[in-house]
Design a protein around this ligand. Sequence first.
Ligand code: GDP
Length: 164
Amino acid sequence: MIQKKICLLGASAVGKTSLIKQYIEGVFSDKYLTTLGVKVDKKQVQLGPREIQLMVWDIEGIDRYCGFQPKYLRGASAFIIVVDHTRSQSLQEGMEIFQLAQETTNIPAVLVINKTDLPEQWHWTEHEVETRSHMFADCFRTSAKTGEQVDAMFQAVARLCMAD
Ligand code: GDP
């Protein structure tokens, strides 16, 4: 079976681990456990007549001390930048990681605005989303809590992997 590697990147606590848990196990937890280093999960994905195995890499949020390490993207077919709909700072951090990642790879990236079940507490206008989303192959608004758009987002990323 074809294996494809994808990476979730973004600031700490934006919901990377929760999105993966919702996608793979269909569960959500309010407890916050920082991912240390890297965790890899697998999921079989059906894309029309083809089945692929998605290797989903959960990468520790950008760290003040060691920063984002592009080496984790090695061998990946696509990556996801996750930002928190309630925290504007996470957009800046996400874009910084995106730029660093782009210095080492030109694989497609998807922008994910997570936690849409919570009220928006920042002024991220449609225009700003539009401007930034042009840099990405796709853009999704998700909730790891309710599951909104989570499967659709990973399915779209899997499809991008097949183009590679
Ligand atoms: P990570 O550091 O990016 O992997 O973030 P986590 O997945 O550990 O999530 C950080 C915190 O945000 C946890 O307390 C989660 O329960 C919470 N969280 C993650 N996604 C969502 C979401 O879509 N909605 C809500 N309400 N909380 C979320």
